[in-house]
Ligand binder design. Structure first.
Ligand SMILES: [Zn+2]
Length: 366
């Protein structure tokens, strides 16, 4: 366990990655046939508004008291701000896990206003529990280096990208994960984010097959580039989301992904996670989107009698968040952003571009 903790400490500056060799996902952009920007929910608003969704990635690594405490204090301070938790079932599959204790610890930082999604890393204990043969390479940190038996003594695979598994293997893991979460009262997640924002045709097809409504694995790579510069994962992510024709940036908005198994909305994590982005940068992204929203309203929404566009546009969305496993260290950045937003919203109307709202996917997108 000590090793695992040390490993986590080592990993904490670049959590949320996954990988494989140079072959991973290279042709992804061309294999998904349809990716079109589609405003999701028709709405009529006249005041420019940006919806900010605060997400939490649960890595499945460990539930340390200091991080849970930081989250608890956050919930007490902001009881009206909902969180979208991408829960990881691997806490329940770890050897020797005390299932009741794990459930209590997770429950302790959830609120009824929250939304639950699914977050998967390539954990051995989870994949084997789902009767899928576990893979020990490639590694998002060390390329094709294989995890050793020693490294896998307790559990391993955090840094193995789930995108290397086949569609059917991933479907098995997803079904098993949903079963575990359901057993412990965490519902039936229909929102997904992949470990390390990885993606592949097999994963995209698995998500569509299993009826997910959204995926938020697309990421604005520029925010994470400095931290990940020495690791293979960065090149993979650039290929997937930046250079692969998708051009995901801090102003990217939800779009529909379709494949032969169905479709879902890709909701870009356009302000990354707090481990990689300062509160000031978060505010810059939010304000940038608010200004674009205002420009869009000026062009379309203020002319409701003159054109059809005003009824078919959605508010802009900013997705950001933090990791449960590093909440103590990085949640303060989110808190600082929230305080700045509160002050901004309190300004006289003529001194701001519009309104910033903290909400969830089901309120703003679906
Ligand atoms: Zn993760």
């Amino acid at each position: 366990m000590l090793k695992l903790i040390r490993f986590f400490t080592f990993m904490s500056s670049f959590l949320a990655v996954g990988f494989g060799g140079d072959n991973i996902g290279i042709s992804f952009g061309t294999e998904i046939p349809i990716h079109t920007y589609i405003p999701i929910l028709p709405t009529s608003i006249s005041v420019p508004q940006v919806d900010v969704i605060i997400t939490v990635d649960w890595e499945g690594m460990g539930l340390r008291p200091e991080n849970l405490y930081a989250m608890k204090k956050f919930r007490e301070r902001y009881p009206d701000i909902p969180l979208l938790h991408y829960l990881n079932p691997a806490y329940f599959t770890k050897p020797g896990a005390n299932l009741n204790e794990v459930k209590e610890q997770i429950d302790g930082v959830l609120l009824p206003i929250d939304q639950l999604g699914l977050h998967l890393h390539g954990w051995k204990s989870l994949f084997e529990a789902a009767t899928v043969t576990h893979r020990r390479y490639p590694s998002m940190l060390r390329g094709n280096t294989t995890l050793t038996d020693e490294a896998c003594k307790i559990d391993c695979g955090f840094e193995i990208p789930i995108s290397v598994y086949s569609r059917e293997e991933l479907r098995s893991v997803i079904r098993y994960s949903r079963e575990i979460l359901k057993q412990h009262g965490f519902g039936y997640p229909v929102h997904f984010r992949s470990g390390a924002w990885m993606m592949s045709p097999s994963l995209s097809e698995a998500l569509a097959s299993e009826g997910f409504l959204t995926d938020s694995s697309a990421v604005a790579v520029n925010f994470i580039a400095d931290e990940l510069v020495n690791y293979p994962v960065l090149a993979w992510l650039k290929q997937l989301w930046h250079q692969g024709g998708w051009g995901i940036s801090d102003i990217s908005q939800p779009y529909q992904v379709s494949n032969r198994f169905g479709n879902y909305y890709e909701v870009p994590d356009n302000a990354a996670l707090a481990d990689y982005i300062s509160s000031a940068e978060m505010m810059t992204v939010i304000k940038k989107n608010l200004i674009l929203e205002k420009m869009s309203l000026t062009e379309n929404g203020f002319h409701t009698e003159n054109g059809p566009h005003s009824e078919q546009r959605a508010k802009r969305t900013v997705v950001l968040g933090f990791h449960q496993e590093s909440a103590m260290r990085y949640l303060p950045r989110v808190i600082s952003m929230i305080e700045t937003v509160k002050k901004y919203n309190a300004l006289p109307a003529n001194e701001r571009e519009g309104v910033i709202r903290f909400t969830l996917f089901n309120n703003s997108l679906l």
